[in-house]
Design a protein around this ligand. Sequence first.
Ligand code: URA
Length: 205
Amino acid sequence: MDQEEKQKRFEAMKAIRDELVGFATSPLFEYRTKNGYFPVVGEGSHFARVMFVGEAPGETEAKTGKPFCGASGRVLDECFAHIGMPRLDAYVTNIVKDRPPGNRDPELDEILLYSPFLDRQIEIIQPHVIATLGRFSMDYIMKKFNRGTDLRAISKIHGQVFEVEAPYGKIKILPLYHPAATIYNRATREDLFRDFEKLKTLIND
Ligand code: URA
C-alpha cells in the first residue's frame, strides 16, 4: 500500500475527528460532554471496498467512541461472520456522529449538520459499495447520489443494488435493514443475512 496515500487518508480522517471533538455548535454537544460521551467517527480500513452507514450512536457506542458495539453491533458481527469477512476490512460509520438523547431518531437538522462529515469520509475512502443500515442512511445516500426517485419502503428495496456515479467512479448502493430492526424479527434477520451474501458478490465486482 502506498505509504503517502495511507498517511494522507489518516490525516484527513484525524482532521474530521478533531473537528467533531470540538463541535460545540452541535445541539448534541452539551449532552455528549455532560455524560462523558465520545463522538463516534467510524472504524475500519481507510481503504475499504465497502462502507457501512448507520444512523447515530447508541449509548454503548457513545460511551466507547466505537460504532455498532452494542446489541446492533452484535448482529452486525454475525453478518460479517456469515460471509467470512473481517469487519475491520470494511469501514463502519453513521450519518450523525453524536448520540441523540434517549435513543430517539436523528432529526433532519442533525442529519444536515453532520452529513458533511460523512461526505468527506466517502471522499477519503472512495468505497466501491456503500451499504446503508436503516431508513435514515438509505434516504440520505440515495438522495446524495441522485436516486431519490427510486426510494421506496426499506422492506421493498433492501438487497437491491443501485449503480451510481461518484466523483471517483461508478459505485453501488445496497440498502440493508438496520440490525436493530432484526433483533426481534427472525424474517428480517434472514433477509439481512441474505443481503450480506449479495454484498459479498459486489465487493470484488
Ligand atoms: N445504531 C446505529 O445506527 N449506529 C450505531 O453505531 C449503533 C446503533
